[in-house]
Structures are given as C-alpha cells and as structure tokens.
Design a protein around this ligand. Sequence first.
Ligand SMILES: Cc1cc2nc3c(=O)[nH]c(=O)nc-3n(C[C@H](O)[C@H](O)[C@H](O)COP(=O)(O)OP(=O)(O)OC[C@H]3O[C@@H](n4cnc5c(N)ncnc54)[C@H](O)[C@@H]3O)c2cc1C
Length: 476
Amino acid sequence: MTATTTVPVPAGLVATRRERSRVGRPHARLVWHLAATAIIWLTSLVVVALWVAGGGLQALIALDAETLNTFGRLSGLVSANLLLYQVLLMARVPVFERGFGRDGIARMHRFVGFWSFWLFSAHIVLQTLGYAATAGINPFVQLWEFVWDYPGMLLATAGTLLLLLVVATSIRRARRRLRYESWHLLHLYGYLGVGLAVPHMLWTGADFTAHPLASVYWWALWGATAVAVLVFRVGLPLARSLRHDLRVSTVARDGDRGVAVTMAGRGLHRMPVRAGQFFVWRFLDGPGWTRGHPFSLAAAPDGRSLTVAARLVGDGTHRLASLRPGTRVLIEGPYGEMTADVRIGRKLLLIGAGAGVAPLIALAEEAAWAPGEATLLVRDHAEGDALRRGEIARLERDRGLRYAALVGPRAPGVSPWLPAGHAGWKGADLLRYVAPDLDQYDVFLCGPGPWMDAVRADLRRAGVASTRIHAESFTV
Ligand SMILES: Cc1cc2nc3c(=O)[nH]c(=O)nc-3n(C[C@H](O)[C@H](O)[C@H](O)COP(=O)(O)OP(=O)(O)OC[C@H]3O[C@@H](n4cnc5c(N)ncnc54)[C@H](O)[C@@H]3O)c2cc1C
C-alpha cells in the first residue's frame, strides 16, 4: 500500500438525490436478464415444436434412413436458430445488452458459436447419410448432388466455408497468432456466412415448406436479425453521431504511456450515458478511421464533454496522441452495465489494472459516497504508467477517496494479480486488510480478462457475493 488519505467531503460533491435513488436497483438488471433468457429459450422451444408438428418424432422411431434425416433436420434447425442468435447477440440489441452485459454476451457468443458449429456439422453429415441411404447411393455422390442440384445449396456451401473460417480463427491458439484487426475482419465474414447458409432452409427444408407457421417464424427471425444489425449497429450510431456532432477538443499526455482525449458536442446533456460505460470510437482523422476502438469514459459525463484515457499499446491508441482539435468523432454506444446503478450498498471498492482505472475514476466521480467509503486499488507495472493520477489526487483531496497503488512486475505467489512486492500476501487477506468490512462493499473491477479472473477468485475467497462484483473486461 503506498498511500491512503481521508478528508471531509466539500458541499457540492455529495451525492444528489437522483444519484442516491439509483443505489440498490439491481432488480432491473434481473428483469432484463430474465427477459433475454426467456426470448432465447422460448424461441428454441418454438423450433422444436415446429419440428414435432412436422412429424419429426414419428420419423425418429422408424429407425431407418428417415431417422438419420430427421435427426439431421433437428440439428440443422437448432443450429440455424443459434446462428441467428449469434448475430442477434452481437447486434447490440438493448434487451440482450442489459440482460447479459457485454462480458456475458461475449462468453455466450463463444459458447453458442461452437455449439451451433457442431450441430451444423452434424446436420450436414446426417442429411448426407440419410439421403444417400434412401437413394441407395454413395454419400459423396449425394453430397455432390446436394451442392449442385438443390436450390440454395451453392450459397449454403459458400456460407459453410465462411463459417468454417470464422470457427477456425476463433480457436484460442489461432486467435492469439492473429492481429486483432485481421481476426475481426475474418469474423465479420460470419455475417455473410449466416446470410448465405440460411436461405437454403427456407427454399428446400421440409420443416419450412410444410408448415406455414414455420415459414413465418424463420422469415421473421431472419428479417428481425437483419433489421437489428442495420438499426443497432449502423443506423442508431450514425444518427447519434450526427445529432451530437462530437469533435476533439483537447489531447493531453496521461502518465508516461497514456493519452487523454476530451471531446465536446451538441446536446450532450441529452445523451443517455453513465460513468462506467464505454463507446466504440472512430476518429475521422484520415485513412484507417473505419477501425473502431472501445474506450471507456475516463470522467463522469458532465453534459458538455466526454473524456477517454488510453494506454498507448498499438496503432489505434498511438493515433489518439496525434489527434488534432476539431477532428470529427463517430460513436457507437454507450454500452456496458458497470454503472453505479447496479450497486447494492454505498461502499465502493474499485479495483483496476492499467487503463482499467479509467472507468473507475468516472464511477467514483459520479457515484454517491461519503469520505472513506470509496477505496481505489490500482495495479500498474511501473509508477510512471499510472493513468489519471491528477484525477485520483483530486478525488483523494476533495472527496476522501482511499487510494493504494500496487506497482511492480507480476507476483510469483498465490495471487498473480498482485505485484512482486506483495508476493507474501494472499490476495483475499489483502482485500480484507484494505476493507475489513468487505461484505458491505460493492466491488467494481476492470482490466485485462485473466487479471480480473485472478482478482475475482480472491474476492470470492474473501467472501464477497458474486452479486456484489461488477466488472468490465478490456480483453476481447
Ligand atoms: C469494453 C472495453 C473498454 C475499453 N476501454 C479502454 C480504455 O478506457 N482505455 C484503454 O486504454 N483501453 C481500453 N480498452 C482496450 C482498448 O480498446 C485496446 O487497447 C485498443 O483497442 C488497442 O488498439 P491498438 O490498435 O492501439 O492496439 P493493438 O496492438 O492493435 O491491439 C492491442 C490489443 O488490444 C485489443 N484490441 C485492439 N483493437 C481492438 C478493438 N477494436 N476492439 C477491442 N479490442 C481491441 C486486442 O486484444 C489486441 O490484442 C477497452 C477495451 C474494451 C473491450
């Protein structure tokens, strides 16, 4: 621990009534979560019901080639449903964003993605074997006939190859070898893959053509997915960017390896944004502007400007340092559920690593707490790396923030989230030492994914309930 200070909070910096009323509203998230989960489960049940209505069960017990076909159809249907949900989950649809949070969506996207791929593979194999057995021909001949003679199958084959590419590059080892930009571009082909793979079902699948309700369901889901992508990923961000006309106003160094960018815009007091949230930013400063980068707000939004602080790690962040005032900015967002609304009590333990401190500072600025009720732990490799030092000092001085920097290389001990200088500590003990009444705290956690996993494990060991841990990972 390097420093802790407590001073009285001056008038004007105490929480407003609006802020106080926000404390303890986690049930709203539960409602969103239930709604999002219900949508996915209920529509999956609809798919199975349509399959049953199409005679799927009878075919199953026939124990002949039709059994292979009906299994093949079922796996294809569930896979197609999941594939469309894959796209919907990433379309920034508010019900999913609020229900699962970004980290939850990312985990689900990965899980659902691999499942839909295996079911999709089973669909191809089972349908080929089933049709080949019925026709009494070699399965390879059958596969060839599928591709060339069945409506929509050439498109579906192209779609399958694209989806294969996406799955192969999403395997962790392959993902690590690829630059983020290359991986992301390949991943976008997944949209095209889904778009190409789905129509063959609508044109040829017995489960679609046989039952009018089935056709309605699938066309509606396909259409809703396409509309959601267009509306939430393209239309709304563009409209919001035009409405607020954000421009860079100042660019300043932040620590030895960081930069802070402040932007001003029109009618920002009407923007529904909270401290703790992030946007995907595109700065129109020349070629390459199309590559958006997520950055969290590094200051509580004040209705006049938005500020981000970034650690300089690669091309995208280095570009920030050379932005000129007046540069136009496009935004996607705000996203993220790590806001002060989600806390259950008043006491705050804010734990961040590297640039992860940025949203925690914004949260500390916006949230209601009395002197000594908020504690900030910041993990950095070197003292000079620290971001937002000026703002931290101001919060210590003006509001009585308790602050400790955990600086140095990684600890070899039991708690890898601590620096080597703290290797003698068990992380859970250190957390209890910093906040002896830990069960009265809401913990906000932000930084790289693996580091957060280690902190979360120690928080759980120290007895913090998972409902009290609110997190945003900077790892994609
Ligand atoms: C929700 C969220 C909020 C974030 N907030 C902040 C913040 O406030 N301050 C900050 O310094 N950093 C933040 N980051 C991380 C930041 O987005 C990346 O460091 C940045 O995009 C790196 O880009 P680069 O071209 O400079 O580096 P590169 O060398 O290209 O990439 C370095 C690493 O950053 C990640 N990355 C690169 N491009 C993107 C992208 N477009 N989207 C997501 N990840 C990417 C990849 O994992 C990559 O391995 C946040 C990340 C997320 C997911």
